[in-house]
Every structure is written in structure tokens, then in C-alpha cells.
Ligand binder design. Structure first.
Ligand code: NAD
Length: 369
């Protein structure tokens, strides 16, 4: 990797350009980065007739990391199956960059635990990571219909399981670095019923001794779904195949209750660039108003620093700065006055409503402190 990391920036549509511009300001406070801004999504359809040009894909593959805002919006909604759609850019990137692992951390900021649909005593201390296999399993197997009968085939090879297991063990190791708790991977499957799950469990177990510093346990997916809501704070890294991971990562995301706070990373082979983006969409309803919450994108940049650029200390600085501004009571409108939040703790500071720029300035001030 070059000394000055080369980051392809894909602001995208809707609030994407606002939150990505805010994020490069935050990154600039941490060091030098060389940005290459490109079009992807609806804006690329307008300019080139396609959501992702070959040239942009090539630039992404040659970068050290890719930072994405969000794509889509009513302008490009269509029922014509032949018309280009913004999401095709996302799929093209995943495929073209070989991104087979999706990482979604769930760590409700202490100041926002009241936004969780769970009781505070259940959610407090939750800091988990869902690692989902992204390119195999039932979503990509043979499917078809014969009259009243339909089928979807789930298929995994040992090699596909091994590489995602390694991603999970390595992520656990990175998260555990510098902490006194032993990192743990919980592998999720349905090995009591499915043959692919038995292969999954066998391969994950075989890979585990290469990571003797990481504990491994196995959970059946139905049990995992229950435990995620009954004792979320006890999980560290959860690894699951595509379908189970899709469902569990959304269940885990809801634990925070705040869409504007959730980052994600998609990773490929070791050494290849990853793609880092907030979980939320392009929020066309608030685009251009200066009120978008940039924090999920800041936290995505933290994932980029930790998992993509090997700069864990800088990642922690961003995460701590985000926690600090929330603890001071700063809230973008999506976080302010959550109707499901219990009455504020009498000792907690008053909430102050801020826009994207003020929130960014506050994070920058924390980083400078
Ligand atoms: P959305 O996530 O864009 O918005 C859902 C609600 O959450 C909206 O009320 C929005 O204002 C709010 N919201 C989302 N992010 C916010 C933020 N950072 N700050 C403040 N409020 C925020 O989902 P949607 O409305 O279903 O989709 C809008 C468009 O985004 C669609 O075109 C959809 O296809 C696209 N989309 C893109 C991605 C992506 O780029 N990865 C993901 C999901 C949806």
C-alpha cells in the first residue's frame, strides 16, 4: 500500500455527496489521503447511461480502498426491466471487486442506547460484528419453476467457507487487539438439518486452530436469532452464510434503532481493496437540506481505516469522537427526540439539534482536542 492511501470516492446520489464531503473532512484531520472522485449510481446513469462504467470499476480495483455514499432515488425508479438502475452499480462493484464478505458492526453509542427497541439493561455493552458471506449460497444457486413446484439450490464449496471463516477470525483478532477480552467467533449454521451447514461447520472448525488466540463456538441459526435479542452484549463476531447472514445482520442492525448510525464494509481477498459505506440509502426526502446524519459514513471511514488500511488507532479516534459529540447531546434531526426513547436520564445533557455541517465541525473539534 502506498504511503498516502489512494481512496476512490463514490458520493452517489441524494444525500451521498453531502455525507461523503463531510467524511473526507474528517479523514483529512487524521492524515493525508489521495482521493479520486468518480460517478456511480444514478449520477452515472445521467452522465454515461450506465450505473457503473468499466473505467470506474478499474479505478476502484486499483485503489487502496473505496468509500461510497449511497445511490438511488425516485428519478431513476423504473418498471422497465431494460432501463439501467442505480443498484446495478452496487452489484457490479461487489462482483467486479470480488467482495465476498460483508461486515456490519453493531455498537450502539452509549448516548443512544435509549433508541434501541430493547431494554437498556439488555442492549448496554453490545459491541458485535456480523460477518456475512456475500457471493454464494442459495441466492446464487440454481433456481427454477416447474408448474406448481419451485426450487432454489444452496451450494457452498469448502474453499468459499474457508475464506469467509478466515475473514471472520482475522476481524475478531483485529477487534481484540489491545483489549483484555479474548476474541470470539460464533459460527451460525443449521447443521442439524442442512448438508451445506454440516460442511460449513466442518470447515470453520478445521480453520480455527490457525487462530488459537480466538475462541470459536457454533450456534444454530434459530437459536442465534433468539440470543441476538436476549443477550446481544455477549456476542463478539458472528459469521454466517449468505441467507442467514442477510437476516441476522438486519436483526442485529435494528438493535441500535438508529439507521443513520450504521456503517458497513465489504471485503474481498487479503490485500485487495474493500468497499466502505453506510447501511442507509440515499434519503432523497432530505437531500440538499443540510440535515443528513453523516455519522454512519464517519463510522464507515473508521471501518476503512481499521479493516482496509491497517490504521486501527485512527479508527478508534473517529469512533471516540462520534461517541463524544453524542454524549454532549448533539443530534441530527433523525436522532433527535426519538419517540421510542425513554425519558432522558436527569443527569444527561440537553439535546441540541444540529445539521450535517455542525455535526461534522463538532467531530473535527473532538479530533483536534
Ligand atoms: P433510506 O435509507 O434512503 O431512507 C429511509 C429513511 O431514513 C428516510 O426517511 C431518510 O430520510 C432516513 N435516513 C436515511 N439515512 C439518513 C441519514 N444519514 N440521515 C438522516 N436521515 C436518514 O431508504 P429508502 O428511502 O428506502 O431508499 C431511498 C433510496 O436509497 C432508494 O432509491 C433506494 O433504492 C436507495 N438505497 C440505496 C442504498 C445504497 O446505496 N446502499 C441502500 C438502501 C437504499
Amino acid at each position: 500500500m502506498s504511503e498516502t492511501p489512494r481512496i476512490v470516492v463514490l458520493p452517489g446520489d441524494g444525500i451521498g455527496p453531502e455525507i461523503v464531503a463531510a467524511t473526507t473532512r474528517v479523514l483529512d484531520a487524521l492524515g493525508q489521503f489521495a482521493y479520486e472522485e468518480r460517478l456511480m449510481g444514478g449520477c452515472s446513469i445521467d452522465a454515461h447511461g450506465t450505473a457503473l462504467t468499466d473505467e470506474v470499476l478499474t479505478a476502484c480495483k486499483a485503489a487502496d480502498a473505496v468509500l461510497l455514499g449511497a445511490v438511488g432515488g425516485p428519478k431513476w425508479d423504473t418498471t422497465n426491466p431494460d432501463a439501467p438502475r442505480p443498484e446495478q452499480g452496487l452489484l457490479g462493484l461487489r462482483k467486479g471487486m470480488g467482495l465476498y464478505a460483508n461486515l456490519r458492526p453493531v455498537r450502539p453509542s452509549p448516548a443512544l442506547v435509549g433508541a434501541s427497541p430493547l431494554r437498556q439493561d439488555r442492549i448496554a455493552g453490545t459491541d458485535l460484528l456480523v460477518v456475512r458471506e456475500l457471493t454464494g449460497g442459495i441466492y446464487f444457486g440454481d433456481s427454477g419453476r416447474d408448474g406448481d413446484v419451485a426450487h432454489d439450490t444452496c451450494e457452498y464449496s469448502a474453499a468459499e467457507v474457508e475464506r469467509i471463516a478466515r475473514t471472520a477470525f482475522e476481524a475478531a483478532r483485529r477487534r481484540g487487539a489491545g483489549s483484555d477480552r479474548k476474541p470470539r467467533v460464533t459460527s451460525v449454521d443449521k447443521a442439524n438439518v442442512l448438508e451445506t451447514s454440516r460442511l460449513w461447520r466442518e470447515v470453520v472448525t478445521r480453520v480455527a486452530p490457525d487462530y488459537a488466540d480466538v475462541e470459536l463456538d457454533h450456534l444454530l441459526v434459530d437459536n442465534a436469532a433468539m440470543q441476538l435479542v436476549s443477550r446481544p452484549a455477549e456476542f463478539d463476531v458472528i459469521v454466517a452464510e449468505n441467507l442467514f447472514g442477510d437476516i441476522l445482520s438486519d436483526e442485529a442492525a435494528m438493535l441500535t434503532g438508529s439507521l443513520g448510525m450504521l456503517p458497513s464494509a465489504s471485503l474481498g481477498a487479503a490485500g485487495d481493496p474493500g468497499l466502505f459505506e453506510p447501511v442507509h440509502g440515499s434519503a432523497p426526502d432530505i437531500a440538499g437540506q443540510g440535515v443528513a446524519n453523516p455519522l454512519a459514513t464517519f463510522l464507515s471511514a473508521a471501518l476503512m481505516l481499521r479493516h482496509g488500511l491497517g490504521r486501527a488507532a485512527d479508527a478508534e479516534r473517529i469512533e471516540a469522537a462520534v461517541d463524544a459529540v453524542l454524549a454532549r447531546g448533539l443530534r441530527t434531526p433523525d436522532l433527535a427526540g426519538d419517540p421510542v426513547a425513554p425519558a432522558s436520564d436527569p443527569g444527561s445533557p440537553e439535546e441540541t439539534r444540529v445539521g450535517t455541517e455542525e455535526m461534522t465541525d463538532a467531530v473535527l473539534a473532538e479530533l483536534a482536542a
